[in-house]
Design a protein around this ligand. Structure first.
Ligand SMILES: Cc1cc2nc3c(=O)[nH]c(=O)nc-3n(C[C@H](O)[C@H](O)[C@H](O)COP(=O)(O)OP(=O)(O)OC[C@H]3O[C@@H](n4cnc5c(N)ncnc54)[C@H](O)[C@@H]3O)c2cc1C
Length: 401
């Protein structure tokens, strides 16, 4: 198999790179380069620029406004976006709810939600996990009972990323508690976050930031037209959505960008009286990571090329290998970036101009931001399906054990 990019693919990469260079606002790029998490405003601004160009909906079919790219082009686009570094598009809007509505939604749902999702006029979040239902998602308990033209929802969800910023949530709820199999009693439903009875409570993560939430649903009345697909068939929708969630899961562009960042700053930092970049142990660590990133990139190209030929739309179980190795490399490259700062990387957090640390700030912003990224990305081996679960998938579907 020839894994080299064709001249057309290389030209496409140049086109994407040039567009991003010319159109990504400088202040956003600088914040992203320092390692800051993109704010809601940054993500909305960038997604709207890409949407105007017709690229935000990179994974949607052409008839719904997608650019009609091949899987390789999509991969190149995602990588260049991360390398820039630019904010990532809203995965909830673009790779989750958009494709779900295209596949399963009614015409009215498509008309109402798709253009707004593409343009981030609505910010979506994902309400799947519950305190007792994470890896074993089918054990979820949040209930929805039909009362006339409404479902009445009761229960709670956890780890709902960005729910505090969201306009809408797509929820998995139990509509039939007596189903023969747990998976057969679940439905997929769209809820306006402003509906009375929805409460969002923050969870502050180890990086000192507010990404995560608990969300509570107390007698939340949702019109039946917000049900997606068929009552009690929500598991089919969830499986489809989780398959799409793995698109670009290796996030190789991010690991490359962090490596580049670490090397750049290692020229200015000193170790043993010399620039850190000249330290043999440091150089060996960088070399090993570069080799690992390259190996993952080749594996990803192999998986994506095979998927492009297969065309049956089913997620390749090998994408689980990309998830495992990709998340490990994100963790190792952010650790490298943090280590470059040495003692200057002591965490130092601000929020809305207020200092959340009781230690004086030691070093430049990039160093403490590198630590925040390192800390947050411990979660990369948990979200999107934990690495242990990915290993279970690999042993069954790939090794046939
Ligand atoms: C940063 C972050 C963001 C998230 N965002 C969202 C979100 O927006 N929306 C949402 O719905 N959810 C979200 N999640 C939840 C995420 O999907 C779950 O955390 C994940 O599925 C694991 O579930 P759990 O936390 O309940 O752990 P558990 O399922 O209880 O697992 C605990 C440990 O046991 C291991 N384990 C479990 N079952 C097995 C098994 N069969 N074999 C081997 N090992 C096993 C797991 O790998 C893990 O190490 C987020 C999580 C994180 C950390």
């Amino acid at each position: 198999m020839d894994l080299r990019f064709t001249p057309e693919e290389q030209a496409f990469r140049e086109e994407v790179r040039a567009f991003i260079r010319e159109n990504l606002p400088k202040d956003i790029r600088e914040r992203m380069y320092l390692g800051d998490k993109a704010s809601k405003e940054d993500i909305v601004t960038w997604q709207r620029i890409l949407n105007k160009k017709g690229w935000a909906t990179y994974s949607w079919p052409k008839e719904y406004g997608g650019p009609g790219w091949t899987p390789i082009q999509k991969m190149i686009f995602l990588e260049e976006n991360l390398l820039a570094p630019a904010p990532e598009l809203s995965g909830f809007n673009i790779t989750m709810i958009g494709p779900v509505l295209i596949q399963f939604g009614t015409e009215a749902q498509k008309k109402k939600f798709l253009p707004r999702a593409a343009n981030l006029d609505d910010w979506w979040c994902q309400g799947f996990s519950e305190p007792g239902a994470g890896s074993d998602l089918a054990s979820l308990k949040t209930s929805a009972k039909r009362e006339g033209d409404h479902y009445v929802i009761n229960g709670s969800k956890i780890w709902t990323s960005t729910a505090h910023l969201a306009d809408w949530v797509f929820l998995l709820v139990r509509t039939n508690p007596n189903a023969r199999k747990r998976q057969e009693g679940i439905s997929f439903i769209l809820v306006d976050m402003k509906t009375p009875g929805v409460t969002v409570r923050p969870i502050i993560s180890i990086d000192g930031a507010h990404h995560l939430n608990e969300t509570f649903y107390d007698d939340v009345r949702v019109p039946v037209e917000n049900l997606v697909y068929v009552e009690n068939k929500g598991w089919d929708v969830a499986k489809f959505l989780l398959g799409n969630e793995r698109t670009g899961i290796a996030r190789i562009g991010k690991s490359k960008e962090r490596l580049r960042f670490a090397v750049e700053h290692a020229r200015d930092m000193r170790a043993g009286g010399k620039p850190l970049i000249e330290d043999p142990a440091f150089r060996q660590r960088v070399a090993q990571l570069e080799v690992d990133v390259k190996a993952l990139e080749i594996t990803q190209n192999r998986v994506v090329s095979a998927a492009a030929k297969q065309q049956d739309g089913k997620p390749d179980p090998l994408s689980s290998a990309l998830k495992i190795k990709g998340s490990e490399l994100q963790q190792l490259t952010t650790e490298l970036a943090m280590d470059v700062g040495g003692p200057l990387s002591m965490p130092f957090w601000h929020k809305n101009g207020e200092t959340l640390s009781n230690e004086p700030e030691l070093g430049p912003d990039w160093a403490s931001e590198a630590t925040a990224a390192y800390l947050f990305l411990r979660a990369a081996s948990i979200y999107g399906g934990s690495n242990e679960i990915q290993k279970n998938i690999l042993t069954k579907a790939v090794l046939g054990l």
